[in-house]
Design a protein around this ligand. Structure first.
Ligand SMILES: CC(C)(COP(=O)(O)OP(=O)(O)OC[C@H]1O[C@@H](n2cnc3c(N)ncnc32)[C@H](O)[C@@H]1OP(=O)(O)O)[C@@H](O)C(=O)NCCC(=O)NCCS
Length: 153
């Protein structure tokens, strides 16, 4: 049985987050972009999933005027399909409920079947397409939105 834990991401996680970026994304963020994301703790919440203390995945969200936006999620190459993304999403959803956030949005490449399946399982549904959203691949993005009832009294 896996022993995944979730904690807030820190500066010391930068190297493994960049490894995930470089190996998992066709258009990886630069180290400067990632560091900027980690530092903007007023509007961002970045978490890592660890297994025996080793980072195996991360999730980054941004708080917006009308809810939350998923900026990025990725797992270390070779660790896919072990429940890491689900562990991160579950922890995030608990945090959203505590904040009273009731709407989440994101963009995902139309060909990214694993990510789309993950998001659909959290209640996301398509609301539009952004043409040529990804510069490197010229691929379109699917815009997904999830709305959920507030659990705050
Ligand atoms: C998308 C990604 C984050 C999923 O992470 P993961 O840890 O492998 O996902 P999990 O094991 O927690 O699976 C959760 C759910 O996602 C879906 N899923 C994940 N991988 C899938 C695959 N290869 N095919 C179909 N569905 C998949 C399933 O619904 C799965 O639930 P299930 O196992 O109960 O069927 C991972 O594949 C990844 O890092 N991809 C590259 C980066 C990326 O594309 N990020 C998204 C950018 S928008």
């Amino acid at each position: 049985m896996s022993e995944f834990e979730v904690r807030l991401a820190e500066r010391r996680d930068l190297e493994v987050l960049m490894e995930i970026e470089r190996t998992q994304f066709p258009e990886p963020w630069t180290q400067g972009m990632m560091l900027d994301e980690l530092n903007r703790t007023d509007t961002r919440r970045y978490t890592v999933c660890t297994e025996s203390g080793v980072v195996v995945g991360y999730l980054g969200v941004m708080f917006t005027d009308d809810g939350m936006h998923i900026n990025s999620i990725g797992v270390v190459t070779g660790h896919e399909r072990r429940g890491i993304a689900r562990t991160l999403m579950d922890e995030c959803w608990t945090d959203l409920a505590q904040r009273g956030i009731t709407r989440a949005a994101l963009e995902v490449a139309v060909s990214n079947a694993p990510a789309i399946a993950l998001y659909y399982s959290y209640g996301f549904a398509p609301v539009g397409i952004r043409k040529n959203y990804y510069q490197a691949t010229k691929e379109d993005a699917l815009v997904l939105v999830a709305e959920f009832p507030s659990t705050l009294a």
